[in-house]
Design a binder for this molecule. Sequence first.
Ligand SMILES: Cc1ncc(COP(=O)(O)O)c(C=O)c1O
Length: 454
Amino acid sequence: MTGERGFAFPPGDLDALRAALVRLGEGFAKLPPVGAGEELDDAARAALFEAAGRMTDNYPYFHPLYAGQMLKPPHPIARLAYTLALWINPNNHALDGGRASSAMEKEAVASLARLFGWDAHLGHLCGGGTMANLEALWVAGQLTPGKTVVASSQAHYTHRRISAVLGLAFEEIACDRHGRLDPGALSRRLERGGVGAVVATLGTTATGSVDPLPEILELRGRYGFRLHADAAYGGYFGLAGNLDADARRAFDRLGEADSIVIDPHKHGLQPYGCGCVLFRDPSVGGLYKHDSPYTYFTSTELHLGEISLECSRPGASAAALWATMRVFPLERGGAFARRLEAGREAALELYRRLASDPRFLPAFRPELDIGVWMVRARTAEESSARARRVFEEAARRGLHLAVAELPAGFFDLAGAGIAKDRDTVTCLRSVLMKPEHREWIGRIWEILDASADA
Ligand SMILES: Cc1ncc(COP(=O)(O)O)c(C=O)c1O
């Protein structure tokens, strides 16, 4: 049901939550009764209502006309399983704090590892892509002491920052005109020596570009380095049946990386914060070794805190991810894969329309579900100003896009007769990560069309 007040609110969901809570309560029925529990009094109700009012000061992330940043609403099963778990509020740091949810986390993480063909693995959930990448680079730094970490100029800024936090040297490698790490530039850097780890991004933040993993793997064979794949955004796309050949080839070899980051809170239908780091060689767990006499006392079984840098972590995240994967197993051709394919189809349709419209200049065909385009003008400077105006006009008309500052080299300025009076251009960007975007692309286009002429 679409609520009169703006978003879908199926009343049956709360009935399902109530039934699940009764089931959960039954599991603790042998305890001496403690009464009905603390109820909301008038002040608490008023505070809740006030919080709802405050939360209206947000862009409508749940709506298909929001296409600006990487924001995807959690699936109802994730939302409800997370909420259900809050009645226990488990802490997955140790089995003592979250026995059931730690088991659920291990199962969910094993399913993610199998997505990359890994039966044996080491991994866990964490706060998000930043924490997950931090752990991967922390391990890489310990295994290649004194060496440099490299990542493409379009890799997420977190890699440079994390390297600084870890005291590791960091260098940027140039990209090709599709926003992918340039293997020629990487090869030249490797030739000079001293590189310990290479970060390959499968799904860059700005353009969803996929680094050429087969070529990077070939270089690993020649030079030897640790290969970390930041697939925080794109990790699930290996399931999609509608990738172009280059991206397909990269995803097919993802399991050959030494470590992988994938964020269930981006494309995995989860609420924030749910990231995941995976290592191909479980023996790196030895690097995390530490003693904690006050927390690890209930069993000799693995406590997740023994293999993660964070201490307290929400068991609710594990419960939500586990329940979601019961409904949406990670299968090619399955319902989850079709949702990813729908977003990509939306991005391709938008690209087709942009490419055949004389007012716009798209950068390149999207590799995933993110598209970027310029507004045509005489100069890059003028185009940048126009992009900002279109962005604002579209927002006024209810369509929320993003603006991005990208290298001018991503666009065929000469072919379009646009003078290159600056090195970067401000362009428009859309992230079409909701499956509904496919059905809404006509409406999205109507608003963009009208905004460009306004
Ligand atoms: C490729 C990539 N890596 C890492 C991150 C950081 O993830 P998080 O925001 O979950 O910390 C992002 C965020 O957009 C990303 O796109």
